[in-house]
Design a protein around this ligand. Sequence first.
Ligand code: PNS
Length: 166
Amino acid sequence: MKKAIYPGSFDPVTEGHMDVIRRACGFFDKLYVAVMVNVDKHTLFTCEERVDMLRKVTAEFGNVEVVHHDGLLADFAESLGVETIVKGIRNMSDFDIEYQMALINSRLNRKLDTIFFPSKSEYLFLSSTAVRSVAGTGGDITGFVPEAIKQTVLDKIAGIRIREER
Ligand code: PNS
């Protein structure tokens, strides 16, 4: 069985992530979409919220399983019997970061390899940061995130703004 893991912060999942999931699904019998910890980022959504949103928007894919782990990706992949990491790349700065991560992961677990999916042109501008920024300042995030989680994202941000104004 060909298995792969697509790790990320997914804070929140965007249409760019969904495009990678859709395309990777076709290459593998099983795709784990893994909510992991990025030590350089403070997330807006809790791990449970990010997992719930991902489960909702990937329910239509029979070969996707959403998981989470707060340790090393290299160890987690080993425990799942996975030898392929999937990542999306939008530009050269993504490539620099992702290439370095691929090297580190294969150093930590010699069996691991990384496959990059180049972003479709319509998602080049899109990031979770952009979603949080646009939604946080009252902008329209239609087409930025899957429709099924749009209101969840807006409600979360509205809740935070109300708390901040108090
Ligand atoms: O969506 P992100 O924030 O770019 O994803 C980065 C992520 C979470 C995949 C990366 O930080 C990661 O793999 N975290 C798990 C801890 C780990 O294995 N670190 C070493 C890899 S360089």
